[in-house]
Design a protein around this ligand. Structure first.
Ligand code: AMP
Length: 359
């Protein structure tokens, strides 16, 4: 167990690292951030930082020398560099969680082996393999790069009838190893944020219902319009996933909900997740504090939400809505301190809470 005043190293200095640093400070810990970008949002909220590439082995070792434990804010942390750095302190979540989430094919096979349903998928190494795979999934699907895809990047919708989409798909396959997923006619998208600590205790927040715009999360709403059975199924999948990975920390798991009530896992993120930002306004213990509790061997906090809510991201020029948001009661605003509002850049979020009807 970490002691008050001990130091947590965080790889990645974006908004998630920043919110983790704030939560760590609240529990009496110091943080040091590693990020290659000057003026990273997390630097302003941490005790110290190291300006270096994520795969800079000497920098990773320096971080480890100054810290008692290491965590990260993004899933593309280079595992090879971590292994080569041979760090003497724990890294949570572990390398298996990173390796599984970094490759969509490995990730899909992981769920498949656990008996957890996903969209049908095919490994696509060369363009000639696309035709048969498309036939198997009903003539249309989504081609995704196995690695480095996020916020809808590195993927293309492809249909046998649309020759332009086939051309784009072939170019993608020629550039990167890909998978083809069947197109899921989902009713809604939900995600569950859950945590497991070093003692193996697990806590799951209620699933949020997510709406994406241009491939980026737009809103997360509580409660999600799902049945108790669907909620229980999401919880069960979270437990199975966390235990199978011997996971420590917060995880975000995204699902498609189908008309017949079945849940398909889309993907998981081995970190705090954008669709869990609402926990900061609607729960006593946010996902950020929960992650810090989990990795420092503290007891997990109560994941029940005291209010219903809707969280909305502020992307690019949305930042201009801030004065209007500040006028609203029951609304918590959180800005990430980014000076320049570029298109598609996450600038902040706000969560409007409403009372939860008594059962
Ligand atoms: P991803 O990068 O895998 O999270 O995908 C981004 C978004 O694309 C998801 O949140 C869905 O809205 C949509 N999407 C991804 N995969 C599929 C699929 N197999 N079928 C239908 N929609 C999908």
């Amino acid at each position: 167990m970490l002691k008050i005043g001990d130091t947590i190293g965080i790889i990645g200095g974006g908004q998630l690292g920043r919110m983790l640093a704030m939560a760590a400070a609240k529990l009496g810990f110091k943080t040091i951030i590693l990020d290659p970008q000057e003026n990273s949002p997390a630097f302003a909220c941490a005790h110290d930082h190291i300006l270096a590439a994520y795969d800079d082995i000497a920098a990773l070792q320096r971080l480890s020398d100054k810290c008692d434990i290491i965590t990260y804010e993004f899933e593309n942390v280079p595992v090879e560099a971590l292994k080569k750095a041979n760090l003497k302190i724990p890294i949570h979540p572990n390398a298996k969680a990173l390796e599984t989430s970094q490759d969509r094919l490995v990730e899909k096979n992981f769920f498949h082996d656990l008996g957890i349903k996903t969209a049908p998928f095919f490994d696509i190494k060369k363009p000639e393999e696309l035709g048969d795979a498309l036939t198997s999934v009903g003539q249309k699907g989504i081609l995704k790069t196995r690695r480095m895809g996020y916020d809808g990047k590195g993927q293309v919708r492809v249909s046998v009838e649309d020759t332009a989409s086939l051309k784009v798909a072939h170019e993608l396959i020629n550039s990167f190893p890909c998978i083809l997923e069947g197109f899921v006619p989902f009713l809604r998208e939900v995600s569950i944020i859950a945590a497991r600590n070093t003692h193996g205790d697990i806590a799951c927040y209620s699933p949020a219902e997510n709406v994406h715009k241009d491939g980026i999360l737009h809103t997360s709403t509580l409660p999600a319009k799902i049945s108790e059975e669907e909620h229980a199924k999401a919880n069960e999948i979270a437990h199975k996933t966390l235990n199978a990975l011997n996971y420590v920390g917060v995880i975000g798991i995204e699902f498609f909900v189908l008309e017949d009530g079945s849940l398909l896992v889309n993907e998981f993120a081995p970190r705090v997740h954008n669709s869990g930002h609402w926990t900061e306004a609607a729960c006593i213990v946010s996902q950020f504090e929960q992650h810090i509790r989990a990795i420092t061997s503290l007891p997990l906090g109560n994941p029940l939400h005291h209010s219903n809510c809707i969280m909305e991201n502020l992307i690019g020029d949305d930042i201009e809505k801030v004065p209007e948001i500040l006028e609203q009661s029951n609304t918590m605003l959180h800005l990430y301190g980014k000076r320049e509002a570029r298109q598609g850049r996450k600038m902040g979020h706000f969560t409007k809470t409403t009372s939860k009807p008594a059962k």
